[in-house]
Design a protein around this ligand. Structure first.
Ligand code: NAP
Length: 388
């Protein structure tokens, strides 16, 4: 008897009629689609987008959540043929619920999540000391897809060097990661360093050690009024690339101010007002959406976000996901520090409330083990205890 026969209803977090996230015990288990697998969720982590989508694009009944780790329990027939993902494989990834039909059928904060097999990482359930375990792996999905598209997509930074084919580190080309202590930033810094670049970054001084441990060659305090001058002095005025992991008007202005006179490329993770972007024609801006990896139309009903299916971006992320897998296998990639939420789904609800109320995290990502009966729970339970 397979999981489908055993189970048709599941525990999940969905958006209630009042707009708030709600824990339900009778949500439908999603139907399997070609190219997809059904994963029994072990752990999840929280992204700013998980609560932003609820308030900015409310949809009562929508499933919630993006990042997860878990075990494959069912795979579509076409998946079994061409990937290493099959029932029994431990996986981690992200599911991007940006179209109503998708949002109403599956997301990460549920016992069973439906995802594209080709975008999944395969974490080791028993990692070597310091390696990425199943809890930490639940923090990787969005950050990895975002960084792949930001660093290597032709319309984004389009960097020539990669971790598979790194450039010479002796003359490392600087790349600014604005917001290096974000969950996206610590992954970007590592991928840049492994590709031979010299990542420089901004964050609060108490996170200088964190970003340096991930490979940043210099860190600057973004609250210092002279930060632009310090960055220009450090790069000798030859900074061509900036990835903005904060993406507000202030961070965009700073990135524009430090990109070299001859111009360069700037990537944001949120929409930046046109009046900020149009001050320098020599800088080419791009707004990256990780959801483009999912090979689905992005339909939020908002011009700035809505995008058609992009097969090329999906294929790019599939290709680089294998590169990231090799880095994980070789112990070369470290996950973002975790702040653990206790009490499974109730903890996830508390975390969502914390983010929605403007709660601030510094150099940490909220994560929870939701399959509390799994034998792996005790091993993975080594995360930082919850502070909220
Ligand atoms: P995160 O881990 O939640 O970010 C926390 C960090 O933000 C803190 O460590 C803090 O740095 C820094 N920070 C907070 N306010 C700041 C400010 N005003 N100026 C500079 N730094 C500030 O972030 P994340 O999950 O990586 O997400 C970052 C942003 O990207 C969010 O807006 C998210 O929605 C967006 N995002 C978009 C996509 C996409 O597909 N477009 C994908 C992923 C994320 P210090 O404590 O060091 O000061």
């Amino acid at each position: 008897m397979n999981s489908r026969q055993l189970l048709s209803r599941q525990h999940a977090i969905q958006q209630g009629n009042d707009g708030r996230p709600l824990f339900v015990t009778d949500a439908a288990v999603p139907a399997l689609l070609p190219g997809h697998v059904l994963v029994k969720t072990f752990a999840v982590s929280l992204n700013p987008a998980d609560h932003k989508i609820l308030s900015n694009f409310p949809l009562p009944g929508a499933f919630v959540g993006t990042d997860f780790s878990g075990i494959v329990v069912e795979a579509a027939d076409d998946v079994k043929e061409d990937t290493m993902i099959k029932p029994g494989t431990w996986v981690s990834g992200a599911t991007f619920c940006f179209a109503a039909e998708h949002r109403l059928s599956s997301a990460a904060f549920s016992q069973y999540v439906r995802v594209r097999a080709s975008l999944l990482l395969r974490p080791c359930p028993v990692p070597s000391p310091g390696g990425v375990g199943l809890l930490e792996a639940a923090t990787l999905g969005t950050a990895v897809a975002t960084c792949i598209l930001a660093l290597w997509s032709p319309d984004a930074l389009h960097l020539p060097e990669t971790p598979d084919k790194p450039g010479p580190t002796i003359e490392a080309v600087p790349v600014l990661v604005y917001g290096g202590s974000t969950a996206t930033g610590t992954i970007a810094i590592q991928l840049l360093r492994l590709s031979g670049y010299g990542p420089i970054t901004t964050c609060s001084p108490h996170n200088f050690d964190l970003v340096s441990s991930r490979g940043a060659s210099a860190a600057f305090d973004y609250s210092d009024p002279d930060v632009a001058e310090h960055i220009k002095a450090h790069t000798g005025g030859r900074l061509k690339y900036a990835l903005d992991c904060i993406s507000n008007a202030a961070s965009a202005r700073l990135c524009y101010a430090v990109i070299q006179r001859a111009g360069g490329r700037y990537v944001s993770l949120e929409r930046i007002p046109q009046e900020v972007l149009s001050v320098r024609q020599a800088v080419r801006p791009a707004f990256v959406l990780a959801a483009e990896a999912f090979r689905e139309e992005i339909k939020l009903g908002h011009d700035g976000y809505d995008r058609p299916i992009n097969k090329a971006k999906h294929e790019l992320v599939v290709q680089y996901t294998e590169v990231v897998q090799r880095l994980l296998d070789q112990g070369k990639l470290t996950a973002h520090p975790v702040e653990m939420l206790e009490d499974g789904w109730q903890g996830v609800l508390k975390g969502l409330e914390f983010l929605a109320s403007g709660g601030k995290l510094s150099g940490k990502k909220l994560a929870a083990i939701v399959d509390t009966e799994n034998e792996r729970t005790a091993e993975a339970n080594a995360g930082t205890p919850c502070l909220i």
